[in-house]
Ligand binder design. Sequence first.
Ligand SMILES: C[S@@+](CC[C@H](N)C(=O)[O-])C[C@H]1O[C@@H](n2cnc3c(N)ncnc32)[C@H](O)[C@@H]1O
Length: 177
Amino acid sequence: MIDPGKLLEKVGVTQGQVLLDLGCGDGYIALAAAAGFVGPTGKVYAVDVDSQAIDAVNAQIKERGLQNIHATQADATKSIPVPEKSVDACIIASVLHGFVDNGEDDRVFDLLLPIIKNGGKIAIIEFKKHKALPGPPYDERLAPADVDAVMAKHGCKKVASFSAGLLHYTRVFITPA
Ligand SMILES: C[S@@+](CC[C@H](N)C(=O)[O-])C[C@H]1O[C@@H](n2cnc3c(N)ncnc32)[C@H](O)[C@@H]1O
């Protein structure tokens, strides 16, 4: 499992920042960011195409009484309902390989880049490309060099890389100015 606290710390998410968790699933990263990292002056957007996932995140938001997180159902190939130039850091965890496999990454990045501040960060977390490890079909997995190539195509420059638990790795990129 990915430790969301370690991940957010290594990405460099700090108090007062605006974070987007794109393809948030059950929201364990977004919820950890809202509960401890961005603080009351920051904001977290959690977006997923799956309305049941967003219902589950909203239930957690209510249960924990969090005021600084908005969970929204949206298909990132069609819209990402976040204000322009507002996001300091975007987390895309175990999602990019699907966009690439479906030929959707160009559409997603056309919508994503305008909502990130100049010089903001995008952290890509992906499954390690080892046949022995659980994850999506081997052919769909992205090796770190594949992630770098996708991100370079969208003008993003790698600034950090690290392991994220036994099954995943992380690459952090700066968006074009
Ligand atoms: C493997 S799960 C990862 C969930 C979460 N990020 C995590 O690390 O546990 C992939 C998620 O991406 C979401 N997703 C896939 N395509 C999407 C799209 N076009 N727009 C928004 N979310 C999408 C899925 O609904 C799913 O919740």
